[in-house]
Design a protein around this ligand. Structure first.
Ligand code: CP
Length: 308
């Protein structure tokens, strides 16, 4: 079945298929305005979301379809103790595809074993967020191109699921990847292992300071310290406020640098950067709609069956 759980599932050809379709849709959204009339997308968000949830909803509605939304944990029968397995088995009967966000890493993999309709992982704890990766790659392609690319990924590399997904996907494009974080928030060793397994080990470097790599970057991908994932608030306080950028920081950068962030930001990017040529993070958030339209169109047109 066409579940999308991690970016490791996506080949370069898969990514290009989605991005090319997204570009077509972006150029002429009216061409697909009724394409999935009558189709329903089930939204199951066990954690807060603004962008992912609303852009999936906008995408489905712009394809002529609609959504059925479980609502918050507080307002659903999850509150009465219903399991995730039972919840997805019930909601798959109401919808043609499911989108799941959950605080537990591995939740999407487990849930996908209980359903026949496509299940899209919209973030599983500190695990993966593959649809964010597709819109990140779309944004990179538009701003810097995906060939001969040098990317810096900075901030919370331990708990940042958008980072784990993006790093894997970039191995398809042989990007040079510089990971910048405090020692305590380095990439998990299993992610580094997987990047090496994907054949991109030589392109990976880890740093504690942005200074040494900033001039070489085409893209700087900044992330929020994921406070909600820290087992101990004291540990969060030790690293809070580190790895912020402002216009002074960017004086050492190439003029063509593209600054990205999956958002929400707290204080990692000074607002003075927002109106400069560097900033691509709001465009990035907006790209969530055409990219998710493309993904849903490909999945729903396929009848939920995989070609592979
Ligand atoms: N980038 C992202 O996943 O944002 P939300 O948490 O608002 O969905």
């Amino acid at each position: 079945h066409d579940h999308l759980i991690t970016s490791k599932q996506l080949s370069r050809a898969d990514v290009e298929t989605v991005l090319d379709r997204a570009a077509e849709i972006d150029a002429d959204p009216s061409a697909v305005a009724d394409r999935h009339a009558g189709s329903l997308l089930g939204l199951l968000f066990f954690e807060p979301s603004t962008r992912t949830k609303m852009s999936f909803e906008a995408a489905m509605k712009r394809l002529g379809g609609d959504v059925v939304d479980m609502g918050s944990v507080e307002s659903s029968s999850v509150k009465k103790g219903e399991t995730l397995a039972d919840t997805v088995r019930v909601i798959e009967g109401y919808a043609d595809a499911l989108v799941l966000r959950h605080p537990k890493q591995g939740a999407a993999t487990m849930a996908s074993e209980f359903v026949d309709v496509p299940l899209l992982n919209a973030g599983d704890g500190a695990g993966h967020h593959p649809t964010q990766t597709l819109l990140d790659l779309y944004t990179i392609r538009e701003n810097a191109g995906l060939e001969d690319l040098t990317v810096g990924i900075m901030g919370d590399l331990k708990y940042g699921r958008t980072v784990h997904s993006l790093a894997h996907a970039l191995t398809n494009f042989d990007a040079r990847q510089h990971f910048v974080s405090p020692e305590s928030l380095r990439l998990p060793r299993e992610v580094v292992y997987d990047l090496h397994q994907a054949g991109n080990g030589a392109g990976i470097r880890e740093h504690e300071s942005l200074e040494e790599v900033l001039p070489s970057l085409d893209v700087l991908y900044v992330t929020r310290i994921q406070r909600e994932r820290f087992p101990d608030e004291n540990e969060y306080q030790k690293v809070a406020g580190e790895y912020q950028i402002d216009l002074e920081t960017l004086e050492a950068a190439d003029d063509d640098l593209t600054v990205m962030h999956p958002l929400p930001r707290v204080d990692e990017i000074a607002p003075e950067i927002d109106d400069t040529e560097y900033a691509a993070y709001f465009e990035q958030a907006h790209n969530g709609v055409p990219v998710r339209m493309a993904l849903l169109d490909l999945l729903l047109s396929n009848g939920g069956e995989t070609d592979e």
